[in-house]
Design a protein around this ligand. Structure first.
Ligand code: GDP
Length: 444
């Protein structure tokens, strides 16, 4: 179902993650491509818009974790937003009610309602050891009642005996009574479908719902019908009220838009998905697993999560203390520079934040661009331990030695020392205001 979208997205993010640094333009371009890919996958326009807006906002507020690249960070943000769009947590069928728990199945004809009814019944019987009764309320198509009966026999699930001439409501109350008398845990009511949403269908379903007070009302929708499935779900929810959605034919080669828009448009969770014609082809809908499948970048997501978990809180606390006391020495400076380097330089960090790309020139002028960072680290490495701890020791002779050792000029050494002095001063000031912004930026 998600192959095409998945291919498109991995193409976009492969490009992004192979780069060390990212500019604002790189991120904007990637977001434009993501937008196009989602629209082509038949995701509703306003859902796409809200998705890309949220990704952008998250990128601005993101705390960049050390040891990952900005591109990897963007992938993680897109992944998290996808999970949110799909509904965050898995929402299984809720059976926490007095037995027999009534479940009402609603949807259009041909959506897979009857098949799904028996799939759910089979799973509740086999996996959850529940005693389940199924009943077809389709009074217009005797074949539908027959179909459910046969499916019940095939899967060893009981069905309510067929009594011709009863209305849907009559069959429903008979089913609930039979379930009570027979000691059933769950009773699943398979309502009649129509080719399109019409008033007569809605009125009948609403009446059955009123009479049976179901604990779950599951809307079955065919994923292959894309936006139509989403519109059908919305209509049923508005007119009858549903508690969850079962998406069928997810095994088909649809474009995935229905799965992606469903939650955002209807506000109702996708609880299950049908992945084949067989009676066991039913899966729980796990937003994070589906997002992994769509993005195909599980490695990177795991890497970013690990890096975030390994974020060295001790080191950060030590650094914050040093800053407060004004003990920020050249070793600390080098350490901060190294961390920036890992993140693709200051321009890489800034590039991740839309609107910050324009600051690139100022960053370069301040000696924070990638090439400069390397040179500055080399300078610090050419100093002795004592010099690094106490920069005042660096007289003209020592400076010449360090310059020769790092392949730079004495003027470069002076620039670095000046930068260090300014940073140390600034940090002392900011350190006094707890959790200063610079400390955060430097990973402190
Ligand atoms: P109803 O009219 O809504 O009750 O639809 P049915 O349950 O009769 O299903 C219509 C057709 O869709 C049948 O041939 C089913 O086998 C098929 N079907 C249902 N769910 C799935 C699914 O998840 N995947 C596939 N490939 N086919 C399905």
């Amino acid at each position: 179902m998600f192959e095409t979208l998945s291919d498109r997205l991995s193409g976009i993010f492969d490009k992004l993650t192979r780069r060390g640094a990212l500019s604002e333009a790189d991120v904007s371009e990637a977001m434009r491509e993501v937008r196009r890919a989602l629209l082509e996958a038949d995701v509703a326009l306003d859902v796409v818009k809200s998705f890309t807006d949220k990704v952008r906002n998250r990128a601005i507020g993101a705390e960049v974790v050390k040891s990952v690249t900005p591109g990897q960070m963007v992938v993680k943000i897109v992944h998290d937003q996808l999970v949110e769009m799909l509904g965050s947590d898995a929402k299984p069928i809720d059976l926490h009610a007095v037995a027999p728990v009534p479940i009402l199945m609603v949807g259009l004809q041909g959506s897979g309602k009857t098949t799904t009814t028996s799939k759910i019944a089979r799973r509740l019987t086999e996996r959850d050891r529940k005693k389940v009764l199924m009943a077809s309320l389709d009074t217009r198509r005797p074949a539908a009642m027959e179909q459910l009966k046969i499916l019940g026999e095939q899967n060893s699930v009981d069905t309510l005996p067929i009594v011709p001439g009863q209305t849907a409501v009559q069959i429903a109350s008979r089913a609930i009574n039979a379930a009570k008398l027979g000691g059933y845990d769950v009773v699943i009511l398979d309502t009649a479908g129509r080719v399109t949403v019409d008033q007569e269908l809605m009125a009948e379903v609403a009446e059955v719902k009123r009479q049976t007070n179901p604990h779950e009302v599951l809307l079955v929708a065919d994923a292959l019908t894309g936006q139509d499935a989403v519109n059908t779900a919305r209509a049923f929810d508005e007119q009858v009220g549903v508690t969850g959605i079962v998406l069928t034919r997810v095994d088909g080669d649809g474009r995935g838009g229905a799965a992606l828009s469903m939650r955002a448009v209807t506000g109702k969770p996708i609880k299950l998905m049908g992945v084949g014609e067989k009676s066991d082809a039913l899966e729980d809908f796990h937003p994070s697993r589906v997002a992994d499948r769509i993005l195909g970048m599980g490695d990177i997501v795991a890497l970013v999560e690990k890096a975030a978990a390994n974020f060295d809180a001790d080191q950060a606390a030590k650094m914050a203390k040093k800053m407060q006391k004004g003990e920020f020495d050249l070793d600390d400076l080098a350490e901060q520079l190294r961390q920036m380097q890992k993140l693709g330089g200051m321009s890489g960090i800034m590039g991740l934040m839309p609107g910050m790309g324009k600051m690139k020139n100022q960053i370069a002028a301040a000696g924070f661009d990638d090439k400069h960072i390397k040179r500055q680290i080399a300078i610090v490495q050419s100093m002795t331990k004592k010099e690094r701890a106490k920069p005042a020791l660096l007289d003209a002779k020592r400076k010449r030695r360090v310059a020769a050792g790092s392949g730079t000029d004495v003027s470069d050494i002076n620039k670095l020392l000046k930068m260090h002095r300014q940073m140390a001063d600034m940090m002392k000031k900011m350190g006094r205001q707890k959790g200063g912004m610079l400390g955060k930026m430097l990973g402190g």
